[in-house]
Design a protein around this ligand. Structure first.
Ligand code: AMP
Length: 249
């Protein structure tokens, strides 16, 4: 049975339906890269192979978007999200801080979409340090801007289980329907052309500097993301393997 990630979606004391298997050396990873590079897809696949949990801040906000009466801070955040803008650092860091149980989980974690700014990266390091945890690696996926725009505009997401498809590169068996759960596939508001432009600009100014931040602390692994999904996954696993070997030598 697939984990429902309830602890991540609800925060606080919520429990996941399927506790992860206990690991002596769980993976603790961050995925970094521009919108459309395929972080979400790689995260899903990596979590299956590495038996760890996909922690996406974007998924938390999208789940909250379904709430009947969001509080004012959340309503403001959801509007920013629709325009392709970033949600404020305070709110995002607060969301992650309420979910530190997921960071401490014995199955490890794979953060996708957090951190996205320098101050979020510092906040994450502080939270991890407070809990005596450290990141194994930050996987940075690299791809040209033309390819990114094509990928974003063809992306479709399952309304129910959040699985990701692409109208050309990864179509579902039945058009508009999720292979995994039968849910309807939708185009995210922030995958519309105007929002895509905003997200790209914000990535360049706010998130790209994190590549340097993690490179200088020896945690960065850059993986070219221009191949097929499975090839990118293989390269990621090989890079993580090499990194673990160097650390344990
Ligand atoms: P994603 O699914 O990671 O592309 O996130 C979708 C949207 O959620 C982003 O475009 C932002 O509006 C918001 N969001 C998610 N994570 C963060 C973050 N770490 N910092 C600021 N905004 C975020």
């Amino acid at each position: 049975m697939q984990n429902d990630r309830m602890a991540w979606f609800r925060g606080g004391d919520a429990e996941c339906s399927v506790p992860p298997p206990k690991r002596r050396h769980p993976h603790r990873l961050v995925l970094l890269g521009p919108p459309g590079v395929g972080k979400g897809t790689q995260a899903e696949l990596l979590c299956k192979v590495l038996k760890t949990c996909h922690l996406s801040t974007g998924d938390v906000f999208r789940a909250a978007a379904g709430q009947a009466d969001p509080n004012p801070a959340l309503a403001w955040a959801l509007d920013a999200m629709k325009r392709g803008e970033l949600v404020s650092d305070d709110l995002v860091v607060g969301v992650v801080a309420e979910r530190t149980r997921c960071l401490q989980c014995w199955g490890g974690f794979l953060l996708d979409g957090f951190p996205r700014t320098a101050s979020q990266a510092v906040a994450l390091d502080t939270i991890l340090h407070e809990h005596d945890l450290s990141l194994d690696a930050v996987v940075h996926y690299d791809l040209s801007i033309d390819e990114l725009v094509g990928r974003l505009s063809g992306r479709r997401t399952c309304r129910q289980c959040k699985a990701i498809y692409h109208v050309q590169a990864r179509p579902p068996r039945v058009e508009g329907t999720c292979d995994a759960c039968g849910g309807g596939l939708v185009q995210r508001a922030d995958d519309q052309p105007a929002a895509i432009r905003v997200r790209m600009e914000i990535y360049e100014t706010e998130t790209k500097p994190l590549i340097h931040y993690y490179a200088t602390t020896g945690r960065l692994l850059t993986v070219p993301a221009d191949g097929a999904t499975e090839a990118v996954l293989d390269q990621t696993l090989q890079a993580l393997d090499r990194k673990r070997q160097t650390v344990t030598l």
